[in-house]
Every structure is written in C-alpha cells, then in structure tokens.
Design a protein around this ligand. Sequence first.
Ligand code: HEM
Length: 150
Amino acid sequence: MTIDNPNYAYPARSSNRKGPNLDKIGWVFMRASGVVLIVLIFGHLFYNLIWTEGGIQAITFGFVAGKWADPFWMWWDVIMLWLAFIHGSNGMRTVINDYVHKEGIRKVLIGAVVVAAAVLIILGTLITFTFDPCPAGADPELLPSFCATL
Ligand code: HEM
C-alpha cells in the first residue's frame, strides 16, 4: 500500500535546489522558539499569578504600569509577544501548507496570516513602548504609586 505525501501543496525540496532551505530554518526556529517560549510564558505566569500577592485580582492598570516601569519586564513582554506571534503564524503556515491543496487559496490564507501577525506585532510593540503609566486626568487610585511623586 502506498501512502500519499500529506504535504500536497508544498512538494518536497529537491536536493539540488540552491539558496537557503527556508523550511529547515523554520523547523529549527519552531523548536528553538518553543524552548524560549516555555521560559517566557512560565516566567510571566509565575510573576503575575504566584509571586505577586493577590493573584489575578491584583492585575490592574497600576500593576502593569509598575511592571513596565522596569525595562527588564517591558523587554520580556515584548519578546514574548514577538516570539509567540512569529512562532504561531509560522505554525499556521505549516498547517495551511499541509491541508490547503488549491494554490490560490493557500497563498491568500498565508497572506492573511502574515498580515494579521504583522499588524498585531506592530500594534503590540507600539503599545508597549508608548505606554503612559500616569495618564493626565485619571483616577489616582487606579495609577501606580510613583505617579503621585511626578
Ligand atoms: C510553551 C510554549 C510552546 C512550545 C514549547 C511550543 C512548541 C512547538 C513545537 C516544537 C512545534 C512544532 C511541531 C511540529 O513541527 O510538529 C509547534 C508548533 C506550533 N505551535 Fe507551538 N509552542 C509553544 C507555544 C505556542 C504558542 C503561544 C502558539 C500560538 C501563538 C503556538 C502555536 C503553534 C502552531 C500553530 C504550531 C503548528 C502546529 C502544527 O504544525 O501542527 N505555540 N509548537
């Protein structure tokens, strides 16, 4: 019995093709980013839910503002955002290549994944780096304590 190649849309790379093997790079990237994501996601969950007193109830605007006052956590969050989106969208590219057999639809779907990931990465990065922890006119009760001294 012969089992069909499940990767219909993306025929196997021939051994004499020139240039970098992007699929191999993507394969290695999924494993490397997976390992880094374990550290970033579990570090994030531990900090927010276990090391912070009050658990999930304590995650307020003031909490996030206080956390992002430290560039370490700002970069932690932004790298987690970038890696999760690049990893997730590259994973969706693999799923689409495996299951979508019509070339036109495959290209449209991969294009949609790339556009969605790019928009969300740009928006998330802008929000992180332009975040104002002490917005004028806000209820001081909701702001981090350091806003009072500004
Ligand atoms: C704890 C962190 C994570 C680890 C260790 C991890 C690991 C992996 C690995 C090793 C693969 C490749 C599987 C394969 O080629 O057969 C993969 C695929 C994938 N990952 Fe993750 N991942 C993590 C988080 C995420 C997150 C946060 C997302 C979504 C934003 C995501 C979405 C995907 C998708 C869509 C695939 C493709 C699935 C497939 O090929 O069938 N992963 N992940």
